[in-house]
Design a protein around this ligand. Structure first.
Ligand SMILES: Cc1cc2nc3c(=O)[nH]c(=O)nc-3n(C[C@H](O)[C@H](O)[C@H](O)COP(=O)(O)OP(=O)(O)OC[C@H]3O[C@@H](n4cnc5c(N)ncnc54)[C@H](O)[C@@H]3O)c2cc1C
Length: 501
């Protein structure tokens, strides 16, 4: 018996601690879910297990210069806690907001940090989940049992990002860095930096380092849409001048933003060419008529098929205008000792290459799940509204929105879970599992998300890992907050899609 097996055997003889609800992850979803649970079902016992040393999730992991939200915090913040700062927030500001929620509600005693969950096993004999976690500091195994698993583990692997392999990367004499694992010791002064990618990460990082290195180049295969605007909301400023209460300002500004986003989405579908023209003209206004906006900032896809990053105060474009940053739109042929050779034959010199190339999709937090002894292949399940999964009892996953703030869905899903748990109690049920109804059996089963609707690389690369979608609203995650804000509260919990025991 090796040491780990011995420690595991010793620990499994310890009684597992039991909770009504076990929340996975202390990111924005996990903390929000805990809040709603305590408000709506104060009698339920719960624990939050978090593998990292603190709360924050995404906002703790990402430490690259300039890290900030690209959603406004009135809607990325919870509906129950007013956001009082500028709409686009730094990770420090988001963590301090979450820290206040934890302190105000005394959640500290409910969170077990440095507890990485490795296995979760459902038993229909006991109607319980057994959760096997490992303490990341000591390696000690710790077991729990729970009636209900509330999965708030996000959707990507925190331990590493996605870096494609280009030819001859090993010959490059400089340093290659992924923004998700930003090294503390990196020296930028006098260095030529190339950032590969053109998404929100690149758009954030580039202005933050533009004045601190010799030069920074954004190297993109193809252009992306951006929105440009002031990092302020005039209505919030006016209401504050009028000394309106922050609770009211939060609610009014949320409603305004959501109303405008809805109108914008509709316009993207109804008149994509006009929207495209408007988005691009915002960039031309900063860079001037001589800049090749057509080549570097005019995407071929229609607006909204991928998330549109917001560039507050045009900082990315001002960096380009000042000459401290530049854009190259081309494909990589291979790395060289001194930089990157492009298909056009141009070589971009680099001391540091930052691969802002995206995430590594991760389903269920890399937890090995079994149902009555059988390993769960998540890709074989069908999702109930992107929250629950056929054949998987007593589990909900918080998978937010891409086109609206993620957290809007955290709030909605939490209301659903609390209603479901209340309903189970009233019925005396110990188990609920979604199942296709007779009328659903001929339903076509499609990929989790329609690539025509939304197609970011990390999803496209790994769609097979995600549950299937049907062609009816109840069997898909529509990514439509404006429909779901009415649909989720109206879900009939006695519908045949829910099988209780
Ligand atoms: C740089 C960046 C900027 C973003 N900006 C925005 C934005 O502006 N607006 C927006 O809507 N979305 C944004 N997103 C998407 C963002 O990830 C979500 O909005 C949101 O933060 C996800 O929160 P979460 O709590 O669901 O998941 P996460 O933030 O991923 O947190 C999940 C937590 O679960 C823990 N965990 C995972 N697996 C396990 C396990 N097995 N055991 C124990 N713990 C586990 C993780 O350690 C982590 O702390 C951004 C993403 C990134 C990377």
């Amino acid at each position: 018996m090796n040491v780990m097996t011995a420690v595991r055997a010793a620990s499994s003889s310890k009684a597992a601690e039991h909770f009504d609800v076990l929340i996975v992850g202390a990111g924005i979803s996990g903390i929000g879910s805990a809040y709603h649970l305590t408000q709506q079902l104060p009698d339920k016992s719960f624990v939050i297990l978090e593998s990292q040393e603190s709360f924050g999730g995404t906002w703790l992991t990402h430490k690259y210069p300039g890290i900030r939200s690209d959603s406004d915090l009135h809607t990325f913040g919870y509906r129950f806690k007013p956001w009082v700062g500028p709409p686009i927030a730094t990770s420090e500001e988001i963590k301090s907001y979450m820290g206040e929620v934890i302190a105000d509600n005394d959640f500290g005693k409910h969170i077990c940090y440095k507890h990485r969950i490795e296995r979760a096993s459902w038993s229909s004999a006991t109607n319980l989940w057994t959760i096997e976690a490992v303490r990341t500091d000591s390696g000690e195994p710790v077991n729990f049992t729970a009636n209900f698993l509330w999965m708030c583990q996000g959707y990507y692997r925190h331990s590493k990002g996605y870096t494609p392999q280009w030819p001859d990367m090993d010959k490059f004499k400089g340093r290659v860095v992924h923004p998700q694992l930003w090294p503390e010791d990196i020296e930028l002064a006098d260095k030529k930096v190339v950032v590969i990618g053109s998404g929100a990460t690149a758009a954030t990082l580039i202005p933050a380092i533009a004045g601190k290195c010799a030069h920074v180049t954004m190297l993109q295969r193809s252009p992306t849409y951006f929105r440009v605007g002031r990092n302020a909301i005039e209505l919030a400023e006016t209401l504050r001048q009028l000394q309106v209460k922050e609770e009211w300002i939060h609610e009014i500004v949320r409603r305004k933003i959501l109303f405008e986003q809805d109108a914008f989405t509709r316009r993207c579908l109804a008149e994509p060419e006009q929207v495209k023209k408007e988005l691009i003209s915002q960039i031309t206004a900063v860079l001037g008529p001589d800049y090749d906006v057509e080549k570097h900032f005019t995407p071929t896809y229609r607006p909204w098929r991928q998330r549109i990053a917001f560039v507050p105060d045009a900082d990315l474009f001002l960096g380009i205008k000042s000459g401290k940053a530049s854009v190259v739109t081309d494909e990589i042929e291979r790395f060289t000792e001194k930089g990157i050779l492009l298909k056009s034959g141009q070589e971009v010199p680099a001391d540091i290459v930052v691969t802002a190339t995206g995430f590594d999709l991760c389903v269920l937090g890399d937890i090995a799940v079994t149902i009555d002894g059988k390993p769960l292949n998540f890709g074989d399940t069908v999702t109930y509204r992107g929250m629950m999964f056929t054949g998987v009892p007593n589990m909900v996953w918080v998978f937010g929105y891409f086109r609206a703030s993620w957290t809007l869905r955290t709030d909605l899903v939490a209301d659903f879970v609390c209603r479901l748990l209340g309903h189970m109690k009233a019925k005396g049920a110990k188990k609920v599992v979604p199942a296709l109804r007779p009328e659903d059996h001929n339903m076509p089963l499609l990929s989790w998300i329609d690539p025509e609707n939304f197609n970011p690389g990390y999803m496209m690369r790994n769609m097979n890992l995600l549950p299937k979608r049907g062609d009816k609203p109840e069997w898909q995650h529509s990514q439509d907050y404006w429909a779901e804000k009415d649909e989720i509260p109206a879900i009939d919990l006695d519908d045949a899609a829910f099988v209780y025991d």
